[in-house]
Design a protein around this ligand. Structure first.
Ligand SMILES: [Ca+2]
Ligand SMILES: [Ca+2]
Length: 86
């Protein structure tokens, strides 16, 4: 009986470890998924970051254009970033 109880204890402990491992791994995956989203979701660029209007236009379009102007490159929402650089 003693031996059986010991193996039962080891089995339960193993199951608990697996559950904890799965939970931790799941949390890690969730964190990784969040981090793998586009990193530029905030205002990262300003007019002084660009030498030419073309550069501003490329960043503006790659971020999603006027629908997702996270860098506030086109404050008047006419789909043309930084007219002052033109
Ligand atoms: Ca900006
Ligand atoms: Ca504009």
């Amino acid at each position: 009986m003693k031996k059986f109880n010991l193996w039962g204890f080891i089995f339960v402990s193993f199951v608990c470890l697996v559950v904890v491992f799965v939970l931790l791994t799941g949390e890690e995956k969730t964190t990784t998924t969040g981090a793998s989203k586009p990193s530029r979701l905030y205002d990262e660029y300003n007019c002084e970051d660009f030498e030419t209007w073309q550069q501003a236009q490329e960043v503006f379009e790659s971020a999603g254009g006027v629908e997702n102007d996270v860098h506030h490159l086109d404050r008047d929402n006419d789909n043309i970033p930084y007219e002052s650089l033109l």
